[in-house]
Each structure stands twice: as structure tokens, then as C-alpha cells.
Design a protein around this ligand. Structure first.
Ligand code: PXG
Length: 440
């Protein structure tokens, strides 16, 4: 098949997301094909994918099983109404998902993205308490530096200032815990030692508002977009104890940690902390077709299953909730993960990855490095008066040298597909080392 390697001659109409549009359009970076660990650019270069797309292509690119499943599904049943109708694959996928999830998670509600999974989880939390007659529980608690997508609920509980400041007053009744990124933990490998006590800040919030006004706490077990913040040892356990003590639901936003990133299906299993809900997306379909899900306990689900059986229990859902092609892609993705043993592979490779990422200590401008599973972050000293510029320059130089990394602020984040080989890790980190040496 001939690849379209041309760049369109008019780039104006497409308003690109989370992108410096004017800068991009002066020097576009176009990807035209992908296979395994590599993208092909419009100028015919191979670029090693150090980020699994945007943390989503965990099985690497162009996986035959997933491609075939999508093609077959499109030819067989392209779409089926999602409300008051069903099709078999959505039910099948829900079963497979709860099989993968921690013991005690029994139901899946489908969405189309991480942002929608977050909104759905927050709404279920509010409606759950109301269904139980606890309707004073309306407050939602997030965390500073948290990223929970871009919809109004998500940016309200989220804690990234640029994602919030332009959009008015956001949702009322939200409070935030402090983030866990403290200087004592510089150069940490895996979970840092210090900071479990930061979970106790929830007690302060409970004392301020009263537990009976709080519906849920939402956190990313490992925060990604904000620059890779790893939970201190004991922190998530403490959060679970405090939420349980006060009847507050605990939601794990596993949009990036789900599907093997830490070496187990979900971070909940890796940390052995059982949340009440898991929001996921991305790796659910290997990033190939938009899809997300909220996974819940039977206790939450069953609280809605009361009243007359002819009535809708939850007034929520999307036209594409569990749509046939996404469901087919999800099933094929989960099979691919299982057949290739990719979660186990991520766990096996994690020590090699850790050594490789930390080998960058001592390079110019590097002020911190942290890692967990197949996630790594290299933080750079910002250029005085020009924050984000140094890391973005690293991104541009790395792309020119054939590796794709991500930056957020002055932090370089890497999250490769779980099929990565040691030689690819060497290429990724070796190229980044060269790039760091040439940065202003
Ligand atoms: N929650 C978390 C924890 C996420 O990381 C979302 C929700 C929203 O998902 P959607 O599918 O609505 O984008 C995310 C998304 C990056 C990066 O490079 C991270 C995300 C998206 C794009 C880029 O860090 N995470």
C-alpha cells in the first residue's frame, strides 16, 4: 500500500488540541504510518515511539488481531443503539474487563475517553450516595497537580492551573488535597520513601467540611500528565483507610496506569489497594478506537438496582457507549495483551528501564529522575524566564534524531509500548543523552 507522505498544503482549518498551533503549522511534524515500536514520518523517517502514542498504544502499533477485529466488526454490525438495545460484544468486553480488574470489581460502564470516564465516575459517586439516601454527600475531592481530563468535572477536581484558569468558576463544592511531589524524594527509584503523611490532609478536609458532605476522592495512583508523580510508600493505603473510615468513595483514575503500564492489569493490583471505582480508557483499545470505561463494585451498582424494574436506573450514557467497533477493538486488545504476556513483560523489563532512565543522572540540566513500571521522567532545570522551553527543545531535537518523547512543563515523560525491547530502550535513552548534551 502506498503511503500518503505528502503534507496538506493548507493546515489552517484544523484547530489542534493542546498544541502551539501557529508554531506547529510553520514546521509540521506529520506521522503517516506506524508499525510495532516505530512511527513513519511524512519525510520517510522511522521514529521510535517512546510514549506509546499518548500513553495508549500499550501493545505497539498495527497489531493484526486488533486491525482485523475492527475490519470484521465494521463489515458485520457497524453500529447498534446503545440505549435500551444491546449487542453481544459490549457484554463480552464488560465481562473480560471485570475479570482483569481487582477482585470485587464487578461492573463496567462504557464511555469514549478518559475525560468521559472521569465525568461518569464522579456522577455515579454523587448518584450512589443519593440512591442510598445520603444526599448531603455532594462534595468531590481531587488533588493539586491532578489531571482528570478536560471536561468540567475533571478540570474542577484536577489541579493543573492552565487547564482551569481560562474556564470560569468550574464546579462548586470541590476541594483539593496537596500533591505528593516533595523535594526529599529527588532521584527516587520506584515508590519514594517520604510523604505517606500527605494522605492525612484528607482528615483536615473532612474536619473542615464534615464527612457527611463528601461523596468521593479521586486520584491518579501514578500521576502522568502533570509530570510523573509516584505515590510515596504507604500513601495510597492511608488514603484508602481514611476514605473507608468516613464512608467516602475512592476513585482511581487509571487512564494511564491501566492495562499493564506498571506490570499488572491495573495499578490497584500493583499497589494492593482496592478503590470503589476505576476510570480507564487509552490502553483499553490500544488507543486504536476511542473507548473508556468506569469499573465499579457490586455495592455501587446494586445501590441503583432498586425501584420499579421498568425504570431507567442511571440517567447517564453516551451514543457510543460500548459501540460495536470499539467493543471489538477492546476484546482483540485484551487478547493481544494476554497472548503476548505484555503485563508480565512490563514487570520483567521495569528494572532494566529503571537503570536506563537513571543513567541520565549527571547530564546537563537534569535536576530529577523518577520511574515506575514502564514510566520514566527526567526533569530539567527551566531556562530562567522561559519555562517549558528547554524540555520542548529536547522534544524537537529528539524527534529529529528519531525518537518520540513527551514533555510537560520542563519534565520529559516516557511511557513506551510494553513490547519494547532492551535495544529500543538503549536507543531511546542513548538518543536522549545525546540530546541533553546539546541543549542550551
Ligand atoms: N485521566 C488521566 C489520568 C489522564 O492521563 C485523562 C484522564 C483524559 O483522557 P482523554 O482520553 O479524555 O484524553 C487522561 C489523559 C500526556 C497526555 O502526554 C496525557 C493524557 C492525554 C494526553 C496527553 O501526559 N492523559
Amino acid at each position: 500500500m502506498a503511503l500518503d507522505r505528502t503534507t496538506p498544503n493548507d493546515l489552517r482549518a484544523f484547530w489542534m488540541p493542546f498544541t502551539a498551533n501557529r508554531q506547529f503549522k510553520q514546521a509540521p511534524r506529520m506521522l503517516v504510518a506506524a508499525d510495532g515500536m516505530f512511527y513513519t514520518t511524512s519525510d520517510g523517517r522511522q521514529v521510535l515511539d517512546g510514549t506509546a502514542g499518548l500513553w495508549c498504544c500499550n501493545a505497539g502499533h498495527k497489531r493484526p488481531k486488533i486491525t482485523e477485529a475492527i475490519q470484521k466488526q465494521a463489515a458485520e454490525l457497524d453500529y447498534a443503539p446503545a440505549f435500551q438495545m444491546g449487542h453481544p460484544k459490549a457484554f463480552e468486553l464488560a465481562n473480560r474487563l471485570v475479570d482483569l480488574a481487582p477482585e470485587g470489581i464487578d461492573h463496567a460502564f462504557f464511555t469514549n475517553s478518559g475525560s468521559e470516564s472521569v465525568e461518569t465516575a464522579l456522577k455515579i459517586a454523587l448518584a450512589y450516595h443519593r440512591a442510598k439516601g445520603d444526599s448531603s454527600r455532594t462534595r468531590l475531592i481531587g488533588r493539586e497537580r491532578g489531571y482528570h481530563g478536560v471536561n468540567f468535572g475533571g478540570i474542577s477536581v484536577g489541579g493543573i492551573v492552565n487547564n482551569r484558569r481560562h474556564f470560569g468558576t468550574l464546579m462548586a463544592g470541590v476541594d483539593h488535597m496537596p500533591h505528593t511531589h516533595i523535594p526529599e524524594n529527588q532521584w527516587s527509584r520506584g515508590q519514594p520513601e517520604h510523604g505517606a503523611h500527605l494522605a492525612d490532609e484528607l482528615e483536615r478536609i473532612v474536619a473542615l467540611h464534615g464527612a457527611d458532605t463528601i461523596a468521593a476522592v479521586i486520584v491518579e495512583p501514578v500521576a502522568g500528565s502533570t509530570g510523573v508523580l509516584i505515590p510515596p510508600k504507604g500513601y495510597l493505603q492511608r488514603l484508602r483507610e481514611i476514605t473507608r473510615k468516613h464512608g467516602i468513595l475512592l476513585i482511581f483514575d487509571e487512564v494511564i496506569t491501566g492495562f499493564g503500564r506498571l506490570g499488572s492489569a491495573f495499578a490497584a493490583q500493583h499497589f494492593d489497594v482496592m478503590p470503589d471505582m476505576i476510570a480507564c480508557a487509552k490502553g483499553l483499545t490500544n488507543g486504536v478506537i476511542p473507548m473508556g470505561a468506569v469499573l465499579t463494585t457490586a455495592e455501587i451498582h446494586d445501590a441503583f438496582m432498586t425501584g420499579p424494574e421498568n425504570l431507567i436506573e442511571l440517567f447517564h450514557g453516551y451514543t457510543y457507549s460500548g459501540c460495536p467497533i470499539a467493543s471489538a477493538a477492546g476484546l482483540a486488545t485484551l487478547e493481544t495483551y494476554r497472548e503476548d504476556g505484555l503485563f508480565e513483560r512490563a514487570a520483567e523489563l521495569a528494572p532494566y528501564w529503571e537503570e536506563a532512565v537513571h543513567s541520565l543522572k549527571g547530564r546537563r540540566h537534569v535536576i530529577d529522575i523518577r520511574n515506575m513500571g514502564l514510566i520514566g521522567a527526567v526533569e530539567l532545570e527551566p531556562i530562567a524566564g522561559a519555562p517549558t522551553k528547554r524540555a520542548f527543545n529536547a522534544f524537537l531535537k529528539a524527534y529529529d534524531k528519531g525518537v518520540l518523547i513527551r514533555t510537560t512543563g520542563d519534565i520529559i515523560a516516557m511511557s513506551p509500548p510494553l513490547i519494547i525491547e532492551k535495544a529500543h530502550i538503549d536507543q531511546l535513552i542513548g538518543t536522549l543523552a545525546e540530546v541533553l548534551d546539546t541543549l542550551d
